[in-house]
Write a protein that binds this ligand. Sequence first.
Ligand code: ADP
Ligand code: PAZ
Ligand code: K
Length: 244
Amino acid sequence: MVLAVDVGNTRIKSAVFEGNTLLESFVFQKTDLEKSIQNILNKFKNTTYLVVASVSDVEKQAFLSFEKVVKIHFVSHSDVFPFVNCYETPQTLGIDRMVLAAGATLQYPNQNRLVIDAGTCVTFDFIDENNRYLGGAISPGLRLRYESMHNFTAKLPLLTLENPKDFIGKSTSESMHSGVVNGLVYEIDGFIDDFKVQYSKFIIILTGGDADFLAKRLKNTIFANSNFLLESLNQTFQYKIKND
Ligand SMILES: Nc1ncnc2c1ncn2[C@@H]1O[C@H](COP(=O)(O)OP(=O)(O)O)[C@@H](O)[C@H]1O
Ligand SMILES: CC(C)(COP(=O)(O)O)[C@@H](O)C(=O)NCCC(=O)O
Ligand SMILES: [K+]
């Protein structure tokens, strides 16, 4: 069994896999890391590997106490990946984006793929049918948009995510909900439309904490898979074991 752990900038997501089957998934805060991992390992005693992909400042140290019971692998830029990395600064490419690109490459062979991860930031990643990772885009995620408008203005309140009533906001809060939610929906649909101009066919994978909320609002029909990063992490690790 593999315990896959995705350390994002907002939360930690993890799941236990038996082969390719996800047995159970968990979400927790960084402050609960050690306690939560311990609980998972107590429940799934046959776990042999702990595989970590982190884009956050959580220290490796926090995991090392588990070395007595499991083998630990921290996914890094020097691992083997199933795609050719064409990013001009490969060493600064987020590990989460590399894992997503690997998962898309392995799960959807021989086709163009666009991966959208709506987390703290929204990331767009494109891997073409020749398995070349081309790059994409990074922009603020939904919660970050609400927080930054509040933090960098004098008059805007801190709101929590809400469905906009209409695209025409008739109050401060309605205007902010429309700007944040409709703005991101237009952005995602706009990017997809731009890709459609250059690539006649590609599959789209939408994941991240806001994937379900966004999927039903997009003009383009996209099915969200909130577990795509964890599934990809498990697959990236299996690929590494086979190809190292
Ligand atoms: N309980 C929650 N705590 C924080 N964010 C949440 C929660 N539930 C949903 N979200 C949404 O998830 C987004 C963060 O996604 P997530 O995938 O957890 O980020 P990351 O991978 O960067 O840690 C936020 O924009 C927020 O709107
Ligand atoms: C863009 C990100 C902050 C996204 O992180 P997340 O929203 O998943 O927490 C992360 O992938 C990152 O730190 N990337 C490094 C820069 C790059 O990918 O080019
Ligand atoms: K992201």
